[in-house]
Design a binder for this molecule. Structure first.
Ligand code: CTP
Length: 398
């Protein structure tokens, strides 16, 4: 996701600097080249050796190397970077940044950087809440600095509150998102419908039938489409995920509700990606009161739900695109090709539950993209990367 990206990781003197090690590792694993700049105090919290080993580059702390006088050019560094990430950022460093103070390499690099700057603050809750700190954050925001908000939790001081540096994975996600915003807006003017998540079929007021879908794949597609400039309507069943930025979300519960929401909007969109795990059956009757248990066994009569994808396939007009998903455990290709034809999809994303790293709850997936003329087997990738490949294929078909 960050393949080929140059990132400067600035580390300041906070106890949260121990998390910078993991952060650096995650950035490198995501494909970024990382150079670490530390303030003199940061070295007391985490060793340059750790950061140099993880970043695979020497650590920069001083303006020049005292042994041979070699100059560490903050100007060159600032030009090299695609993103300058300062994590953790102390109240002191943020105050200096806001004032334009340039008394260490981390700060001179900030003043020289032409790339987007992202800051993850870390400090005690009272320091974080202090009007001086908040004023500096506000000033930096106005200067165009991006923030990954500190999180609530137990702090090194023993107090509980807001001030804990965001988790490294959240910071990496924020960097990916920030850099993606600079992506070409190749889908400007287009409008897509995406279904995601699990439907909920009520049995009575307390029980329901559902499935293990987390919604991650559909949300990643919605996010990718939006980042490329498309308008996105995300019809979402149950998930624990936050609404992606710039996406309109329509919350539904049952397959019937999802059907209504999709059919009502399909005419106005350029295409739809059917990622939701829709229940194929729903109770014939929803009990108005909680069903009480009896002595013997019990069964619930089920009826078919409407097939949303098939209905959109019937309604599809010239130029409209319809993408489906198939999650199979056997006869995968034949079943997927059958669905491709039956539901009138332009292409189908085949998910095999038999492959490690693919499927429901995880962050990775292994899929094949199949259309009537070709098949592309993708290797193990994050769901975000899979989403990018799916959207690439959507773009190609335009
Ligand atoms: N789908 C849908 N509405 C339904 C059922 C499925 O929109 N009621 C969509 C899914 O979002 C997915 C595709 O159809 O894009 C495949 O769904 P799946 O349930 O795997 O296929 P079925 O045709 O129901 O076949 P089977 O149950 O035999 O696997």
């Amino acid at each position: 996701m960050l393949k080929g990206k140059h990132i400067i990781l600035g580390v300041t003197g906070s106890i949260a600097a121990y998390k910078s090690a993991l952060l650096c590792r995650l950035l490198v694993s995501a494909g970024a080249e990382v150079k670490v700049v530390m303030t003199p105090l940061a070295k007391q919290f985490i060793t340059p050796l750790t950061m140099a080993t993880l970043s695979k580059n020497p650590i920069l702390v001083d303006f020049f190397n005292p042994e041979n006088g070699e100059w560490n050019s903050h100007v060159k560094l600032g030009l090299w970077a695609d993103c300058y990430l300062i994590a953790p950022a102390t109240a002191n460093t943020m105050a200096k940044m806001a004032e334009g103070v340039a008394d260490n390499l981390l700060l001179t690099t900030y003043l020289s950087a032409r790339c987007p700057v992202m800051v993850a603050p870390a400090m005690d809750c009272d320091m974080y809440a202090h009007c001086a700190t908040q004023r500096n954050i506000e000033r930096l925001r106005k200067d165009g600095v991006h923030f990954v908000e500190a999180e609530e939790g137990e702090l090194a001081s023993g107090l509980v509150g807001s001030g804990r540096m965001a988790e490294p994975q959240h910071i990496v996600d924020a960097v990916v998102k920030l850099l993606a915003e600079k992506k070409k807006r190749t889908l400007d003017g287009k409008h897509y419908l995406v279904t995601a998540g699990a439907t909920i079929e009520a049995i009575d007021p307390v029980r329901y039938i559902s499935n293990h879908s987390s919604g991650k794949m559909g949300y990643a597609i919605a996010e990718e489409l939006a980042e490329r400039g498309a308008k996105v309507t995300l019809v979402s069943g149950r998930t624990a995920l936050d609404k992606p930025a710039g996406v309109e979300r329509v919350d539904v519960l049952s397959a019937e509700e999802m059907y209504e929401a999709c059919v009502a909007r399909y005419d106005e969109v350029d295409g739809a990606v059917m990622c939701a795990a829709v229940a194929d059956y729903t109770p014939q009757q929803v009990a108005s009161e909680k069903i009480k248990k009896g002595e013997g066994d019990m069964s619930i009569a089920l009826k078919r739900t409407p097939d949303i994808a098939a209905e959109l396939g019937r309604r599809k007009r010239q130029g409209q695109l319809l993408v489906g998903f198939a999650m199979e455990t056997q006869n995968e290709t034949a079943n997927a090709e059958d669905k491709l034809r039956r539901k009138n999809f332009d292409f189908i994303v085949l998910n095999s539950l038999r492959v490690e790293g693919a499927g429901f709850r995880g962050d990775t997936n292994v899929v094949s993209l199949i259309d009537s003329a070709s098949r592309e087997d993708l290797p193990l990738m994050t769901k975000r990367e899979v989403a990018a490949r799916i959207v690439d294929k959507i773009e190609k078909s335009l």
